[in-house]
Design a protein around this ligand. Structure first.
Ligand code: RB5
Length: 143
């Protein structure tokens, strides 16, 4: 599985923790920045990650900003993206099972890295559910 990851300055430390975590897996990770703590605009990084997922170059994306809110709003402008902003494990799992989320958004100023890493583990492992969910997703998303 190929994962695109991106953040703004508010998400940099958590992104680095996630990169360390994913380095121990067999996943391929494409880091789209940002790479320093200089203030940047999160929509730029949301677009880089979502373009990779929408084109099929990556299977999933992870976006991190201070709250996760801006990233999720920007990501969901792309009709091929189903971005889920989650702060705990249950919704991270359900975003895959019921919503086939292809991008996970995290708020680095909301949750700690221990929780974020466990959410990512669950989110990456959880499969999409059955046809009734597909019918609903097709009502708002290109799939
Ligand atoms: C940047 O200060 C902050 O606004 C951003 O990281 C994010 O929380 C926006 O939704």
């Amino acid at each position: 599985m190929k994962i695109a990851i991106g953040c703004d300055h508010g998400g940099l430390t958590l992104k680095n923790d996630i990169l360390d975590f994913l380095a121990a897996s067999d996943l391929q990770v494409m880091d789209q920045g940002t790479f320093s703590s200089d203030s940047v605009d999160y929509p730029i990084f949301a677009k880089k990650v979502c373009d990779l997922v929408a084109s099929g170059a990556c299977d999933r994306g992870i976006l991190i900003c201070g709250t996760g809110i801006g990233m999720s709003m920007a990501a969901n402008r792309n009709e091929l993206i189903r971005a889920a902003l989650c702060h705990e494990i249950f919704t991270a799992r359900m975003s895959r099972e019921h919503n086939d989320a292809n991008v996970l958004c995290l708020g680095a100023r909301v949750i700690g890295s221990g929780l974020a890493l466990e959410m990512i583990r669950v989110w990456l492992e959880t499969k999409f559910g059955d046809d009734r969910h597909l019918r609903r997703i097709k009502m708002f998303s290109k799939i």
